[in-house]
Design a protein around this ligand. Structure first.
Ligand code: AMP
Length: 400
């Protein structure tokens, strides 16, 4: 971070969208911890921090009378824990903008931290409303965006607000900076071979990503439910496996494109099949192109794990999005585990690895291997869009 914070008030967009239990206790504080270095940097350098974040989707879970459930979605639930993590008594304002927020922001002294109410209590937030963004901007001297997870949304607090600050008065926080620079390590001039491992449920969710990756990766390893659309497109018998019939043509096109570009695209040679989608299903091993009727592929098989792990071990840059199987069920978690282990091993041997996008992050966390990956992204949808080559509005607004 480059701005001189001495005597300045910084309005900081953080991602404090943490899970809460029914008593409003935080069940996973990873996102709060992720923002601490940025907040500490500001207050340790003589500044004060005004924090804003969304929490949940209050606009989608209205009370029966149509109003916002302020008790459920208030950021007040986070004040105690945030204060103890920071070692600073965090002040709380029960509005995002307005007289009270202005007064509290004005009174803020160097070293102090103020948390504003849930950004999504204001209908203008998700519309990227200028008047709201201006009111927020007026609370502070500088703007810091440390919320990579919402960088793909052109909201008032993530994007519009930045236009009210000069180029020298806005910057990324440490978390955002790390996300962007690590994604760029994969996207621009990566060390080769570069291997992408793509899994998850559906091809349709990852079309743009696959198309884009084929343009610049050396190897593309496909697993998860989406593999069966490719296998069926090639004439395989995939039984009751997850198949998107309307994407068979697209799958063939992607296979053709990979061939033309000289990309090594691997599909799982074998699968762990099950007689039903159930943790207690009967399971067996089968050739992925000859899955009997009534059975479905729920994980990549042993031969596929070995073949994928060999490619991973020989790679210098690795990008992984999406599990190789139904990893939430122990019986079908081994393929994902094998990929996580091979990725950790390659990383130990000097490769750069990035795991991005929802479920693969959950998988490496579940397997206790997150610490052995070069970068585990905090932003699911945002990372996916970044890797698809889209310009994220929250990033553009600060970078100019
Ligand atoms: P995604 O959000 O697209 O990354 O998909 C993740 C989900 O895909 C996880 O919940 C997995 O259980 C699921 N999944 C992975 N492999 C399969 C498979 N072979 N059949 C059905 N679902 C799968």
């Amino acid at each position: 971070m480059k701005i001189n914070y001495q005597g300045k008030k910084a309005i900081v967009r953080v991602d404090f969208n943490v899970p809460l239990d029914s008593n409003y206790n935080i069940t996973d504080d990873t996102r709060i911890r992720g923002a601490l270095p940025t907040i500490r940097h500001i207050i340790d350098h003589g500044g004060s921090a005004i924090l804003m974040s969304h929490l949940g989707r209050p606009e989608k879970k209205l009370l029966p009378d149509g109003s916002i459930d302020k008790e459920k979605f208030t950021l007040r639930h986070l004040v105690g824990h945030l204060s103890s993590l920071l070692g600073v008594e965090v002040k709380f304002c029960d509005e995002l903008v307005g007289e009270k927020a202005t007064k509290m922001a004005r009174a803020l002294q160097p070293g102090e931290v103020l948390l504003l109410e849930n950004t999504r209590f204001e209908p203008g937030e998700s519309k990227g409303n200028e008047a709201l963004a201006k009111q927020l901007a007026e609370l502070a001297d500088v703007y810091v965006n440390d919320a990579f997870g919402t960088a793909h949304r052109a909201h008032a607090s993530t994007t519009t607000i930045a236009q009210f600050f000069d180029q020298g008065a806005k910057e990324f926080g440490f978390l955002m900076d790390a996300e962007v620079s690590n994604a760029e390590k994969v996207m621009s001039n990566p060390q080769r071979p570069l291997t992408a491992i793509i899994g998850g449920a559906k091809v349709s969710d990852k079309i743009l990503l696959l198309e884009r990756l084929i343009d610049f990766v050396d190897n593309l390893l496909i697993g998860g439910g989406m593999a069966y659309t490719f296998l069926k497109a090639q004439g395989g018998q995939v039984g009751n496996s997850l198949v998107e019939e309307d994407k068979l043509g697209l799958a063939l096109k992607l296979l053709e494109k990979a061939k033309n570009k000289g990309v090594t695209l691997l599909l799982p040679e074998d699968s762990i099949i099950a007689d039903k989608f159930d943790a207690a299903a009967q399971s067996a091993s089968a050739n992925s192109l000859a899955i009997p009727d009534g059975w479905m592929g729920l994980d990549i098989g042993e031969k596929a794990r070995k073949a994928y792990a060999d490619v991973i071990r020989r790679s210098r840059t690795l990008l992984w999005n999406g599990p190789m199987g139904v990893f939430e069920m122990e019986k079908f978690a081994n393929g994902t585990k094998a990929i996580a282990e091979a990725t950790a091993e390659a990383t130990k041997n000097g490769a750069f690895s990035l795991v991005g996008g929802g479920d693969s992050v959950a998988a490496v966390n579940q397997m206790g291997l997150a610490g052995e990956i070069s970068h585990v992204s905090t932003g699911g949808g945002a990372m996916l869009e970044f890797l698809e080559g889209k310009e994220l509005p929250g990033i553009k607004a600060v970078k100019g």
